[in-house]
Design a protein around this ligand. Structure first.
Ligand code: ADP
Ligand code: MG
Length: 511
């Protein structure tokens, strides 16, 4: 376990700062706050506006009746005739009551008969009386009540209305727009000014402050998550490189879940390895005990005979017994060594130590060791004349030597007297190819899929099984070694015409 403060910089570099959880959360919260504030503000402005309108209308609701009653001549008489100049004469008086008042004389259908707009013509010829009908009742209705504004169709305005000449004999109406164009323009100007000078700056200030507060709170809250992401990301396998195997992390939660997935994979790999190692161990123990049992019993028999009847036996027989014991011991030693070699290779304990070396030189050295064995079998063993003698490979020299030993050893044992075993080296691009071919007995096609299996062995037809000293491990070892080099061993064979093993190795780059 680690203790003390944890550096979260690594986890942070895995996720660009704009995608970090606390930044994204802060942006979202700030956006939501902004949207909520704007909605609240609009709602507040709307309510405030309605309240102001209601107040304004309440103040001016009786103005139409008041103005109509104070005229020297009625605007519309009891016969329904509109006075031709009375409204124009009163325009000054009306504007003195309030400069934003606009007055209209309308008939019973709402058609405009006269107005106080002077030269300007109203854009409506008729107003809708049904919407302002509540204002004609005795009781004051809930305010504000809006009616058509003849100057601005589609923008209803505050209205005061009075029946003419009176409520008992209605021939038309005096229709006042309380909040005339002048007043509305003034209102708009002061609203814009208020927004620019106080509302927006205060809103920006509050939002900025809230965002800073949220970022700092969330940085603290998500810090533990980043620490966890950092600690879990240490489980990432070094071979997986800087880019995680599960795609790019969008935020710390992705980092944590990717690290958890990597962890799960690693644990399951470890389990598989442990299971493989355990299976190999069991196989090893069972094979060792089986393989060792026969020669050990035989050695024991010879030694017991020598101990019990050694003095009675002729000297040649004693020597023969001892030689047989020695042969068994050597065979045992070889078997045990190969078993351990393979188990080491398969359990991943063998570490590749690659270095550049000349392949032809290694082969020549090896061939010298096999000269006597080849001669005694009557087999020609050589490196092909057209082999590339300069080719350098980058590989583990000790392990490649083991591969070649196994292949040469097999070829010699499976090639009858008078035969030939030839090795070939050829460079092609970034690889160097090696072939070991013989013109021996060959391998039946039914056996070909099995020859690389562990313990699979079949002695050459001219050799009896007891003296073959086969373990069936040589090709399994060779294949595993080449796999470690990232290569693959291939075989081509035809019974009675010979066998060719072939593999490639990475060429060493010349300085
Ligand atoms: N060059 C070859 N010619 C014919 N048969 C071969 C050759 N190389 C390998 N084999 C066959 O493959 C088997 C497995 O080889 P190997 O794994 O080296 O085990 P071993 O040599 O101990 O039998 C051999 O027993 C043999 O039957
Ligand atoms: Mg072999």
């Amino acid at each position: 376990m680690r203790s003390g403060p944890v550096d979260t910089s690594d986890a942070s570099t895995a996720v660009p700062w704009r995608q970090r959880l606390h930044v994204r959360l802060a942006v979202w919260v700030a956006l939501c706050l902004g949207a909520i504030s704007v909605v609240l503000l609009l709602w507040y402005e709307h309510t405030l506006g309605r309240e102001r309108d209601a107040h304004l209308q309440w103040q001016g609701i009786g103005l139409a009746k008041y103005i109509a009653q104070r005229q020297t001549a009625p605007f519309i008489d009891a016969q329904g005739n509109a006075h031709p100049t009375q409204l124009a004469n009163s325009a000054m008086y009306i504007s003195m009551i309030h400069p934003s008042l606009e007055a209209y004389l309308i008939d019973r259908q709402g058609r405009i008969l006269q107005h106080t707009l002077g030269e300007e013509k109203p854009r409506l010829v008729q107003v809708d009386l049904s919407s302002v009908a509540p204002l004609l009742l005795d009781n004051v209705p809930p305010l504000p009540v809006f009616g058509d504004d003849p100057r601005n169709p589609g923008a209803p305005n505050l209205v005061s209305i009075a029946p003419l000449p009176d409520a008992t004999n209605v021939q038309g109406y005096l229709y006042l727009i309380l909040n005339g164009q002048q007043a509305r323009q003034q209102q708009q100007r002061s609203a814009t000014q208020r927004h620019q000078q106080s509302v927006w700056p205060v809103l920006a200030l509050v939002l900025g402050f809230a965002t800073v507060l949220i970022v700092s709170v969330q940085t603290r809250v998500t810090r533990r998550l980043r620490i966890m992401a950092q600690e879990l990301s240490q489980f990432r396998q070094p071979e997986s490189g800087p880019n995680p195997p599960h795609g790019r992390a969008r935020d710390e939660i992705d980092v944590v879940s990717q690290a958890a997935e990597t962890l799960r994979e690693r644990v399951s790999q470890q389990f598989t390895r442990l299971e493989d190692a355990e299976r190999l161990r069991r196989e090893l123990v069972s094979n060792v005990s089986h393989d060792l049992h026969t020669p050990l019993t035989s050695i024991q028999g010879y030694i017991e005979t020598l101990l019990l009847r050694g003095s009675e036996l002729p000297a040649e027989a004693r020597e023969q017994y001892l030689r047989t014991c020695l042969q068994h011991c050597r065979s045992l030693g070889r078997r045990v060594a190969e078993l351990f070699e393979l188990s080491k290779l398969e359990s991943g304990q063998t570490v590749l130590q690659a270095e550049p070396f000349c392949l032809a030189e290694l082969i020549n050295d090896l061939l010298q060791n096999y000269t006597i064995a080849a001669q005694s079998r009557g087999v020609t063993l050589h490196l092909a004349d057209n082999a590339d003698r300069q080719a350098q490979v980058l590989a583990d020299i000790g392990l490649i030597e083991r591969v070649l030993q196994n292949l040469i050893d097999n070829a010699l044992r499976h090639t009858p007297s008078g035969g030939r075993v030839e090795l070939m080296v050829s460079a092609a691009g970034s690889a160097v190819h090696v072939q070991v071919r013989d013109n021996g007995h060959g391998i039946p096609s039914a056996d070909l899929p099995h020859i690389f299996e562990r313990y699979w062995t079949k002695p050459a037809p001219d050799v009896d099984a007891a003296s073959a000293q086969s373990t069936g491990l040589g090709l399994a070892i060779a294949r595993r070694i080449l796999e470690l080099h990232g290569s693959r061993i291939e075989v081509r064979s035809a019974p009675q015409s010979g066998t060719e093993f072939h593999f490639g190795l990475p060429a060493a780059l010349h300085a």
